[in-house]
Structures are given as C-alpha cells and as structure tokens.
Design a protein around this ligand. Structure first.
Ligand code: SAH
Length: 261
C-alpha cells in the first residue's frame, strides 16, 4: 500500500495493494458467536447495495459519521472501527481524512470491505481479529474508537467495551451504538424491521442480546470510561427517514464516551 494521501483524503494506488486479511486459527474461548458471524457472511455480497438488507446502515451512516466528526473531528486522527463489517462507517471516516483500521471476525464482510475501499481509492487497514486480541497488540494507539451495531452480536459485550477502552489513547473518544431491550424495541427493531417492514432479514437481532443503556453504562464505568452524550436514532416509517433524537433512546441509540487523561 502507498502512504500517499491528499490533504483531506487518504487514497491508494490499487496496483500496489496487497490483502492484509490473514485467515486466523481461532483459539478456543474467543468472545465470538459463530452463528452471529454466519448471519453476516451470507449477506456480505450485498453490503454496499443501498436497497438491500444493509439499507438501514446506509441510511443512518451520514447521521452517525457527522455526529462523530462534529464531536471529535476525525481528519488525520487514528481510528479503529470495531466490527466494521463491509466498511460503511470506516469509509465515511476515511473520506473525512481519518487513518482507519477496520476489524471484524467475518471473512466475507472483510473481503467486501477491502474490495470496496479499492474502488473508492481509500487506504484502510482491514484485519480479521477480535477487539480483545488487537487491544493486546495496540494498547492506547487510537484517538477514536468506534463500535457501532456490533455489541448485540457478541457473547460478552462488556469484554469488547474493555478492549475498546484499552485501544483508546488517554483523552481519546469512543462511540458505541446498539439497540435497547424493551417491549417497544422488540416491536420496532424485531417485529417491525424484520417481520413487517422487511428492512432486515428475520433473525438479525435476538431480543435477549439487545442491550439497555443502563447495562452499557455500567460496562463503561467498569472500564473507567465517562459517558459524554447519548442520543437515539429514530426511524419514521412514513417518511422512511432516520433522525438523531436525544430524547428517545428506546430503540437504536448511540453513546459518545471519553477516556479520561
Ligand atoms: N459496524 C458496522 C457493521 C455492523 S454489523 C456498521 O455499523 O456499519 C455487525 C458486524 O459485527 C458484522 O460484520 C459481524 O461480522 C461483526 N461481528 C460480530 N461479532 C464480532 C466479534 N466478536 N468480533 C468482531 N466482529 C464481530
């Protein structure tokens, strides 16, 4: 890969790109649920199709990228995107001039992410590795850590939060997004999105794995992180639009967190 970059845009010469994705031998006891990874493997080829199962992620992407960039300007910052999938957020951040590492445990989403970055002429480092493993290698190396729509797919999400805290530099910023667990979120995120509106494939989310803000907050506190701001991301089925709504964390929500100096 080249290190060439323009002022506000990291680009690379496709002819010199080598895959950084290494097949890993999975040690036992990894904090990974193979059935969750499998859900994304089968859909990965449609990741960048904006009318596919990934439409909701495409729709919220400008909102969340702007939210992050406004609170922690990303240009020239080192960012790790944990559970990056096909790279929708990683690319939006790289486009804004960030130096991005994306990690995931799915082969197919990572392959799609690598190819798409090539098409977009963005230099992004993608790796198949868990947050816990890379945190051992790269402690306190990142200005910003993003972990969006991933915690609800992991057996022990508190461990991922701990690893994200370890990856972040003191004084750095972290962003976590997930889905609340209550009757309304069941109705909207599972029944509505998966069964009625067909926005997501059936089985994308398991109710019992959804995470209440109070639970995530307690994991943040245990990892010595400080909650800075919380906002909901609400979907209006009539206008078919998402918006940030700080007064409604009942379904999708996003937290801005700081690692104290
Ligand atoms: N963060 C991305 C993708 C969310 S989809 C976005 O918001 O656009 C959830 C992703 O988490 C999938 O790509 C899945 O493969 C990944 N994932 C699930 N469990 C994981 C784990 N234990 N470690 C790393 N990635 C994981």
């Amino acid at each position: 890969m080249t290190n060439a970059k323009s002022a506000n845009h990291r680009s690379r010469d496709p002819s010199t790109v080598q895959s950084t994705i290494q097949p890993t031998i999975q040690p036992i006891m990894q904090n990974v649920d193979a059935s969750e990874i499998a859900k994304f493997e089968v859909l990965a080829h449609r990741w960048w199709d904006k009318s596919s199962e990934f439409k909701p992620l495409h729709d919220i992407n400008p909102l969340r990228a702007n939210f992050i960039d406004k609170r922690s300007p990303v240009a020239e910052k080192k960012i790790i995107d944990v559970g990056c999938g096909g790279g929708i957020l990683s690319e939006a951040l790289a486009q804004r001039g960030a130096i991005v590492t994306g990690i995931d445990m799915g082969d197919a989403p990572l392959a799609v992410a690598e190819l798409h970055a090539l098409e977009s002429q963005l230099e992004i480092e993608y790796q198949k590795i868990t947050a816990e493993e890379i945190a051992e290698q790269r402690e306190q190396q990142y200005d910003i850590v993003t972990c969006l729509e991933m915690l609800e797919h992991v057996p022990e999400p508190n461990k991922v939060v701990e690893a994200c805290a370890k990856l972040c530099k003191p004084g750095g910023h972290l962003y976590f997004a997930t889905i609340n667990r209550n009757p309304k979120s069941y109705l909207f995120a599972i029944l509505g999105a998966e069964h009625i509106l067909g926005l997501l494939p059936k089985g994308t989310h398991d109710y019992e794995k959804l995470i209440k803000p109070s639970e995530l907050h307690s994991w943040l506190r245990n990892a010595n992180l400080l909650l800075q701001e919380a906002t909901g991301m609400t979907y209006n089925p009539l206008s078919k639009k998402y918006k940030m709504n700080p007064n409604d964390l009942t379904v999708n929500y996003l937290l801005h967190v700081i690692k104290p100096d």
